[in-house]
Design a protein around this ligand. Sequence first.
Ligand code: HEM
Length: 429
Amino acid sequence: MTDIYADVDFFTDPSLVDDPFRFFAHLRESCPVAHLAHHGVVGVTGYEEAHEALRSNDRFSSCNSASGPFPGFTTQPEGDDIVAFIAEHRTELPMSEYMITEDVPTHDQTRSLIARLFTPRRMRENEEAMWVLADRQIDEFIDRGRFEVMRDFGQGFAVLVIADLLGVPEDERAEFRRNLGALPTVSDGAPNQMSHDPLGFLIERFSEHVEARRLAPADDVLTQIATATFPDGSIPPVDVVARMAAFLFAAGQDTTARLICAAMHVIAERPDIQTALRSDPGLIPNFVEEVLRTEGPVKSIGRMTQVTTVLGGVEIPAGTVLSVFPGGANRDPLRFEDPDEFRHDRPNAKEHLAFGRGIHACPGGPLARIEARISIERLLARTTDIRIDPEQHGPPEDRRYQQEPIYILRGLQALHLEFTPAATASVAS
Ligand code: HEM
């Protein structure tokens, strides 16, 4: 049998952008831990294997979490144990100053600063403010009877929520967002490499805010991070805190906007599910989990073996780049029955790996979940039906959607919807 994917490079081939899932299934069927044909990468598409890789931080370093195989170290590590090599060379890799690429023990220290920042209880306390922010966005387009989900709602709402939580002044928010660095794209054979510090601009500004909060504490998350101490009681340097704040600001935007967009896509394409959610909003949280399972915004999580090890029965030499594909693991039939089917009431939807697992598991998960739930609740409450705009996306039998050409994240470039406004009043006024 010919291998139709033999020459396909996941990181650069535009043909995988629309539907990477068949590729993931193909890999998983050949082996859940498979050597890819390009860049020396091992792809992990099995649920158990992905779970193990994400949890075993003693064997798999996060030094390349955000960038995967690019650009790699300037010299190649040798031997079966490269822990010391990674420690010495990690600053060569993108985002090396951020928590997401840190390994123990540094990561434990940094993560302790945000240990109880986004607990479900704290998020519930902020819920009312999020309702107002969501309605404020909806007020902008409610009379038009149509909107583009990413531009008119998701991105604005996600920025407002995180900026509000952190305490970023209103007049700085647009500038902060404009300056976020671009993510690596899939561009036909030449993946743009991530800039070393795509959040650089934010650090300077957040440093000023951190210093100000230390002098005059306010009632916001930034004050909590600015005044947090390391487990040994020492006070973290300002730049460490500023990086944390910048990363929280950036990590919580596009991912959450994409989740909201993916959820609205299902709602508009599946009137049966829309009706079920309208008649029982209590179904929305599990619906969101199923969206995360089937269309989670993170497409690839990078890891590097720091010792020669075995995963899923496959020996992997130290220094090998792993791409853990949550979209593969989340459709593993050994874990999820009929995995390609969208079931809003799937009992084990929440077992997905969309937020990762282990010490780096997404601390913003509770926030993203609540943002998605509130967005859906408010959009459903303020409309009587939501439909795909056929002028933009074509008729039902011939839809046209464009996914972002990014190998790290997944999500539609735009989603145009039509709706009939309901009589429900805005809570923002
Ligand atoms: C749907 C939305 C989101 C998704 C799918 C998502 C996904 C992820 C994943 C998969 C990781 C783990 C990466 C790894 O293991 O290397 C991660 C880490 C992280 N996420 Fe999220 N995320 C989302 C929203 C957010 C939000 C709203 C915030 C903050 C407000 C946030 C902040 C972070 C941070 C700080 C880390 C690094 C944690 C660490 O290294 O210990 N994320 N996210």
